[in-house]
Design a protein around this ligand. Structure first.
Ligand code: AKG
Length: 198
C-alpha cells in the first residue's frame, strides 16, 4: 500500500483524510498535462533555491486557469472527486515543478489562502510525502506518491499535520529507495471559509 505508518491512531486518520488513488490518470493524460505546462515552466529559466525562508527548495511554479480542451476533463475528474457539489473552489490550478534535487520542508498550507482539502496529481517521478503531527512529532506517516497518482489531503491531515516532500538523500519508503527525478504536481484547492471578522 501507499501508506507506511506504525501509529494506529495516525493510520486511522490517514485512512479518512489522506486518500491516494494510484493510476488516477493514464500515461496519455499525464503527457497531455505535461505538454501543456512545460512551455510555461520553461519560461522560468532556473529553479529557485536561494530563499532561505522558503518552504520549497529547487522549484518553479505557475498558476493556470485556462486549460486546454484536452486537460479540462482530467482536472474536472480531480475536482469532482475532491470537492463535494457546491463547495467553492479556487479557479487557479497550482503547478509545482520540483527539480530532482528539490525538496519541500514541513509546513501546513496557509489557512488564509486554501480551504479544507488539497488535491494533487503527481507527474513524472515518484516521491515520498511525510506527514508529522503538529504537536506530537512521533505521529508520523510516510506516503508514497507514484507518478499518475492523485492524493486528496483534507481536514485533520490538512490542518493538524505538516506535510513535506523528502529530498533525494532521504527518499525512502519502507526502507527502499524511491528514486527521485524531476516531479511536477498539479494541485487543486477549495476556497478558505469566509471569515466573519474581515
Ligand atoms: C504545497 O503546495 O503546499 C505542497 O506542499 C505541494 C505538495 C505537492 O507538490 O504535491
Amino acid at each position: 500500500s501507499y501508506l507506511h505508518c506504525h501509529v494506529p491512531e495516525v493510520v486511522q486518520v490517514c485512512q479518512r483524510d489522506m486518500l491516494v488513488h494510484e493510476n488516477f490518470i493514464t500515461e496519455e493524460e499525464e503527457q497531455i498535462l505535461f505538454e501543456e505546462v512545460e512551455p510555461k515552466l520553461k519560461r522560468h529559466l532556473r529553479y529557485e533555491y536561494d530563499h532561505w525562508d522558503d518552504a520549497i527548495h529547487g522549484y518553479k511554479e505557475i498558476e493556470r486557469s485556462d486549460w486546454s480542451e484536452q486537460s479540462q476533463p482530467i482536472l474536472q475528474r480531480v475536482r469532482r472527486l475532491a470537492f463535494p457539489p457546491g463547495v467553492p473552489q479556487l479557479h487557479l490550478v497550482h503547478v509545482l515543478d520540483l527539480a530532482k534535487d528539490g525538496w519541500i520542508k514541513p509546513h501546513v498550507d496557509s489557512v488564509k489562502f486554501a480551504g479544507n482539502a488539497i488535491a494533487g496529481l503527481s507527474l513524472l517521478s515518484p516521491c515520498v510525502m511525510r506527514l508529522v503531527h503538529n504537536d506530537n512529532k512521533a505521529w508520523v506517516a510516510d506516503v508514497l506518491l507514484k507518478p499518475r497518482s492523485l492524493y486528496i489531503m483534507r481536514d485533520a491531515i490538512r490542518y493538524d499535520y505538516t506535510h513535506e516532500i523528502l529530498k533525494i538523500e532521504e527518499s525512502k519508503f519502507r526502507g527502499e529507495e524511491v528514486p527521485r527525478n524531476r516531479r511536477i504536481s498539479v494541485i487543486c484547492r477549495n476556497e478558505p471559509p469566509t471569515s466573519t471578522t474581515d
